[in-house]
Design a protein around this ligand. Structure first.
Ligand SMILES: Cc1cc2nc3c(=O)[nH]c(=O)nc-3n(C[C@H](O)[C@H](O)[C@H](O)COP(=O)(O)OP(=O)(O)OC[C@H]3O[C@@H](n4cnc5c(N)ncnc54)[C@H](O)[C@@H]3O)c2cc1C
Length: 466
């Protein structure tokens, strides 16, 4: 067993299982990432928050904390850049930096980043929604779209939004999405985009240079999965308007934000502004499916890091010698010990699930790993929420105040039970998938029964009562 610094965060058991699959380069990057987290990122968190103006309210969306650029420069220097890029295809566009890791290797790194979920992913250009958007552009964009949007995204020069959820529409069933239309003018080779979206992450960010908007382009198509396309929109374009930034339990996540958006008669050229150009018309559903797989897993990886940071906070709080209740230090109470043990066990279970899913993506592709990703998607954030809740509890009232990071951890994890599809949708899919095993189970049970009857007959015995 090595003495890799990641062992300060990842259990020996999990590390022992995956270590043979982690390349020397990935181990080196992982060690650098741990050092970057501890010595650069976490110490910069307070400055990051302090650099976001509070007054006037609109100032929150006008600038980006300068400490973030310092961290990005440092991450680039260390080679901790675009680590999420699992394939080699886009290395040239990324200036040859970062990437090239397996999903399993990245899973270990994303967990480490989760310890500073607000800063580490941004500092290393590994944050949502940009990673998913880069994947869309890289896999489905035209060459011109890649040059215009993908290259600056990979360099961390601009940011982006993915605009799908519709105001007033049950958007977890994507076939419902119909109030955003992109009407085709075949003669002019343009579409006119009109729609009302909300919860669009990153739309408040002054660096945002592109929204990828899901819109109906072929409403009469008999297949509900061929009616939509993805349209690229410049947020400064005529007709694009942020209605308001939304808040999650009071947090606005400035300067990125989650915004309600209006697109009013926005004119977009088909060749340059529909993902994939003319050939991309009607492929919206196919592309969003491809986008959501690995991204969902990235959220799970980071959630484990958030949970572990909350457990680390819990351990320190209950070990505070100044805090005694009913004659005992907090750590001496049985319920507190049980909370610690359950948290440790649940984090370690979840990690194995996520690592297995990441390995499955490496071996079978995102499509082949859907079952594993789906299970992680609806179990890991809920697990992390339980751990954060236990940490809040031992902090007393302070645990629900913004004097600690815990309420923010809770708010961000809670949203993961909706974002990229609510838990129930994944639960339903996994349940249905499990039921597909019934026929094979019946066959196997019948075979076993026949064999057991035969053994009883040959042994001259009746079936005994159990
Ligand atoms: C912080 C945050 C950031 C977000 N960022 C983005 C973004 O960048 N871009 C974007 O497009 N969207 C974003 N979203 C929106 C998110 O993707 C949607 O909220 C999600 O897809 C659910 O859609 P809905 O809110 O319309 O819920 P509905 O579709 O109205 O669903 C409501 C509830 O119905 C229940 N339900 C649904 N289906 C089933 C079922 N099969 N069985 C049982 N119950 C069911 C679930 O409990 C579900 O939560 C974000 C959301 C949040 C909170």
């Amino acid at each position: 067993m090595s003495d890799h610094p990641a062992l300060r965060y990842i259990s020996k058991g999990a590390w022992g299982l995956v270590e043979p699959l982690v390349s020397p380069r990935a181990k080196d990057l992982l060690a650098k990432l741990v050092d970057f987290l501890e010595n650069d990122v976490i110490p910069a968190e307070a400055l990051f928050h302090a650099q976001i103006p509070t007054h006037p309210p609109e100032a929150r969306w006008a600038s980006v904390p300068t400490v973030l650029e310092t961290l990005k420069d440092r991450a680039k220097e260390l080679g901790l850049w675009n680590l999420w890029l699992s394939g080699g295809d886009f290395q040239g566009m990324a200036g040859g930096q970062g990437g090239g890791l397996t999903n399993l290797e990245y899973a270990l790194m994303a967990e480490i980043m989760g310890h500073s979920a607000i800063l580490a992913p941004q500092a290393t250009n590994c944050s949502a929604p940009d990673t998913g958007n880069m994947e869309v552009l890289a896999r489905f964009g035209t060459q011109a779209q890649k040059e215009k949007y993908l290259v600056p995204l990979l360099k961390g020069e601009i940011r982006s939004s993915f605009s799908m959820t519709e105001f007033g529409v049950a958007s977890s069933d994507a076939t419902n999405l119909r109030n955003t239309t992109a009407v085709l003018d075949a003669a002019k080779k343009t579409v006119s985009l009109t729609g009302h979206k909300w919860w669009i992450t990153g739309a408040g960010d002054p660096r945002n240079k592109v929204h990828i908007v899901l819109a109906v382009t072929d409403p009469e198509n008999p297949s509900p999965h061929r009616r939509h396309s993805l349209v690229l929109v410049d947020p400064k374009q005529k007709g694009v308007r942020v209605v308001r930034p939304l808040t999650v339990f009071g947090y606005d996540d400035a300067p990125e934000g989650h915004c309600e958006m209006r697109y009013d008669n926005v004119q977009v050229d088909v060749d340059s502004g529909v993902v994939g150009g003319k050939a991309g018309l009607g492929r919206g559903f196919e592309i969003i499916q491809a986008r959501l797989g690995p991204g969902r897993l990235h959220h799970c990886m980071r959630s484990i890091g958030i949970a572990t940071r909350a457990l680390d906070m819990l351990l320190q709080r209950v070990s505070d010698p100044a805090r005694k209740t009913f004659g005992k230090h907090l750590r001496e109470h049985g319920t507190v010990l049980a909370d610690i043990a359950h948290s440790r066990a649940e984090i370690d279970q979840a990690r194995l699930l996520v690592l297995a899913a990441a390995r499955r993506v490496d071996v079978a592709g995102a499509k082949g790993a859907l079952q594993d990703i789906g299970i992680a998607k609806f179990t890991v954030p809920t697990m992390a929420l339980r751990v954060v809740d236990r940490a809040m509890q031992v902090y007393g009232a302070e645990g629900v105040s913004s004097d600690t990071h815990l309420p923010y951890f809770y708010a961000s994890l809670r949203t993961l039970r909706y974002a990229d599809g609510p838990d129930e949708v994944h639960i339903q899919q996994i349940g249905k998938q499990e039921l597909k095993r019934v026929e094979e189970l019946r066959k196997r049970t019948d075979q076993i029964k026949a064999k057991s009857e035969k053994l009883l007959r040959e042994g001259g015995k009746e079936r005994a009562k159990l």
